[in-house]
Design a binder for this molecule. Structure first.
Ligand code: PEP
Ligand code: MN
Length: 340
């Protein structure tokens, strides 16, 4: 739509889409609103829409994924999590433990993240663990502790929903619901996330291609939730010096194909504490809109992923260096990052 299009213009286009028997998707933008169309069995003649009031352009989307595509919406999407804009000019840092272990542990973590300069708090109350005998999370009690940490620090809460059964509960406490790597192609869970009013953090599956990743996001948008943040967290390769291989080339690749913001998880992406800060910096250099990092008050005593968790001092160093790098890049950048 044109930037000066009125709500009535948008309504008019949607009414026409409905009259044709298709589904309209109003994807808001900072400058312009895009309206996606799904449910059409074949091509639609763009001329049907070009002359409607407020329409700037009618574009036939060539990609298999439609609503996440930059063809549908050229402008970057900015997703607000508890008021924090993810995908805008500033990078956003989200920190916290792998799992919520106790009230004290999550409160201490939240204070450390806040003091270090983070804006969002992570922590799993429901954990997807490789072994059924490993700590599975505190469940609703963990969600209550996260809410308490938010009330004290003001940090928005990002926490994972591992299944449909727990989704309602997680959604009621979270500011952003995480869908983990192991669930990236859990299509019923993606559909449920698409019916949520909360933003979704979608992590890339550990062996998924870029197209599969974008298609997973498409499931969420297709149900009407346009607030999706993508997250690269490393993929499986032959390399065994790290837990996963952080595929940073996916950052500019996503940015040329999709308007959705992408952040990076250098904790799961490396699995090793001493690799987290270097790869965090590399992520920012590659154009990531933010980071999600594991931080624990006493990493050596963590119930999960301690070996990749930073202590509060290390998180403060990461934040200081990443903000400095982002500022430097913003001040030096003469041309926008590649979007073809
Ligand atoms: C997590 O972030 O807690 C997590 C389990 O990550 P992933 O789904 O990327 O393995
Ligand atoms: Mn973890």
């Amino acid at each position: 739509m044109q930037s000066q299009a009125t709500p009535a213009d948008i309504e008019g286009v949607c009414a026409k889409i409905v009259a044709l028997g298709f589904k309209p998707h109003i994807i808001p933008g900072e400058q312009r609103t895009a309206i996606g169309i799904t449910g059409n069995p074949g091509p639609i003649d763009p001329a049907e829409f070009e002359s409607l009031p407020g329409v700037a352009d009618a574009i036939r989307v060539s990609k298999a994924y439609k609503l996440v595509s930059r063809e549908t919406k050229r402008e970057d999407t900015v997703v607000r999590v508890n008021g924090v804009p993810v995908g805008g000019e500033r990078i956003v840092l989200c920190g916290g433990p792998c799992a919520v272990e106790s009230r004290e542990q999550i409160l201490e973590s939240a204070r450390a993240v806040k003091a270090g300069g983070g804006e969002l708090l992570r922590g799993g109350a429901y954990k997807p663990r490789t072994s059924p005998y490993s700590f599975q999370g505190l469940g609703e009690q963990g969600l209550r502790y996260l809410a308490e940490a938010r009330a004290e620090t003001g940090l928005g809460v990002v926490t994972e929903a591992v299944d449909i059964e727990s989704f309602d509960l997680v959604e009621s406490y979270a500011d952003c619901v995480q869908i983990g790597a192991r669930n990236m192609q859990n299509f019923s869970l993606l559909r449920r996330a698409g019916r949520s009013r909360k933003p979704i953090l979608l992590k890339r599956g550990m062996s998924s291609t870029l197209e599969e990743f974008l298609m997973a996001a498409e499931y969420i948008l297709a149900e009407g939730n346009y607030n999706v943040i993508l997250c690269e967290r490393g993929v499986r390769t032959f390399a065994d010096h790290t837990r996963n291989t952080l595929d940073l080339s996916v950052v500019p690749a996503v940015q040329s194909l999709s308007h959705l913001p992408i952040i990076v998880d250098p904790s799961h992406g490396t699995g090793k504490r001493d690799k987290v800060i270097p790869m965090a910096l590399a992520s920012i250099a590659a154009g990531a809109k933010g980071l999600i990092v594991e931080v624990h008050p006493t990493p050596d005593r963590a119930l999960s992923d301690g070996y990749q968790s930073l202590d509060p001092q290390q998180f403060a160093v990461l934040a200081e260096e990443c903000y400095a790098l982002a500022d430097l890049l913003a001040s030096r950048r003469r041309v926008p990052l590649a979007v073809d």
